[in-house]
Design a protein around this ligand. Structure first.
Ligand SMILES: Cc1ncc(COP(=O)(O)O)c(C=O)c1O
Length: 387
């Protein structure tokens, strides 16, 4: 049975990707525009570092694409998350709620602030934090005081919720914002995987006080390494720009820095790649959504598998397509991962849940049964825009 399933999956991936023989990677960059020309421009003009016309242009284009007023380009998505958390007021010994089904960058960024990740479960419909479960949980463990929400079990202040748009699928943003407002905590969106994804009629990144994007080489748009902070708040945007550029006070020749800050600004050469990539976003999104619909159609014919489709009311970028085994079994999942990778088809599981990693295993946590079930049954299949 397992071997029949391996060949069924392999056939679907080969058919959907149009690659009949040889290896198929998980996700390749799509460089089909002005990338070379813009990068050569940086070299020819010597503007390769953290100042240059492409950084400003990249930020303008990002704001145009997302509709979020301010975009601040950073060296990577993790740095963007770090600054988002600082600007949301996260302080040492506070707690930040985060899904456990996430990339390690999220709990790491929380830890950089000296804060403690506090894990909550996800919705099986969005793969992001479940708003109903979150409300129930906060009613149980939260204590509202004059100076904020406190965890009555640990005595620590709960400052924020960091929600993620998993594999590009938008989370339940309206409902999560409602819960955050009800309990007086900040909402931050980890939109690292979600450039081009929409919630309702808007790009993701509007509900959060601040949001983070990533342009790592495996994302649907890449700058090599890179990220961005999005915010509609003028003052936060100014602070973000200042904190990511070593806290340097702008001056023609003086080097004066007014706070402990970070060297997190995206270099011009990376932004050059980013500008060329953003010019192709709508073409890439069309290709990604067509690939997802081919996968969805073919996997619907396989009895033992569910293809993960976007929920109603959103438009996903389908960064990484995901299938789930109907009968949850880690053994079967691992067998499929081994067999397909042995055949040259790069497939991967979701991340090991963050609460199981050695550095986060003692963090506070709600029941995570949905996250566990997803982790044990989910497989990401090759999703390059070039297919
Ligand atoms: C959900 C999520 N958050 C944060 C990051 C961190 O981004 P970066 O690798 O650019 O630091 C990534 C990916 O890399 C991610 O997938």
């Amino acid at each position: 049975m397992a071997d029949r399933l391996v060949s069924q999956i392999e056939n679907i991936i080969r058919k959907a990707s149009g690659i009949e023989h040889g290896p198929i990677v998980l996700h390749e960059p799509f460089f089909n525009g002005n990338e070379r020309q813009y990068v050569v421009d940086c070299i020819d003009t010597n503007w390769v570092s953290t100042v240059g016309k492409f950084v400003n242009l990249f930020e303008q284009l990002l704001s145009r694409v997302t509709g979020v007023k301010h975009s601040i380009a950073t060296v990577n998505g993790t740095a963007a998350l770090h600054i988002c958390l600082i600007l949301a007021g996260v302080q040492r010994d506070e707690e930040v709620l985060s899904q456990a089904l996430t990339f390690v960058a999220a709990p790491n960024a929380i830890s950089y602030c000296g804060a403690i990740p506090h894990f909550v479960d996800v919705s099986p419909v969005s793969l992001g934090v479940c708003p109903d479960r979150l409300r129930e949980y906060l009613k149980k463990i939260g204590e509202a005081k004059a100076d904020g929400l406190f965890n009555r079990q640990t005595g620590r202040r709960i400052r924020a919720l960091l929600v993620m748009h998993t594999f590009g699928h938008p989370s339940h943003l309206d409902e999560l914002k409602e819960v955050c407002d009800e309990f007086g905590i900040a909402l931050i969106e980890d939109a690292a995987e979600a450039i081009g994804s929409e919630y309702g009629k808007r790009h993701v990144g509007h509900h959060g006080l601040l949001s983070a994007l990533s342009f790592n080489g495996n994302k649907i748009l890449t700058t090599g390494g890179g990220g961005a902070i999005l915010t509609n708040d003028d003052q936060l945007a100014e602070r973000a720009r200042h904190l990511t550029t070593t806290g340097k006070v702008s001056h023609q020749w003086e080097y004066y820095h007014d706070c402990v800050a970070y060297n997190y600004r995206m270099p011009n050469v990376n932004a050059a790649l980013g500008c060329a990539q953003l010019e192709q976003l709508s073409e890439i999104l069309t290709k990604k959504r067509l690939l997802a619909s081919r996968y969805s159609r073919e996997f619907s014919k396989v009895e033992d598998i569910t293809f993960f489709n976007e929920m109603a009311g959103v438009k996903s970028n389908y960064w990484l397509n995901a299938i789930m085994l109907k009968q949850v079994s880690r053994e079967q999942r691992n067998h499929l991962l081994d067999a397909l990778n042995d055949d040259g088809i790069m497939v991967r599981p979701a991340w090991n849940l963050a609460n199981t990693l050695p550095m986060y295993k003692n963090c506070p946590s709600d029941d995570l049964s949905v996250s566990r079930r997803i982790e044990e049954s989910l497989i990401n299949v090759p999703s390059s825009p070039s297919f």
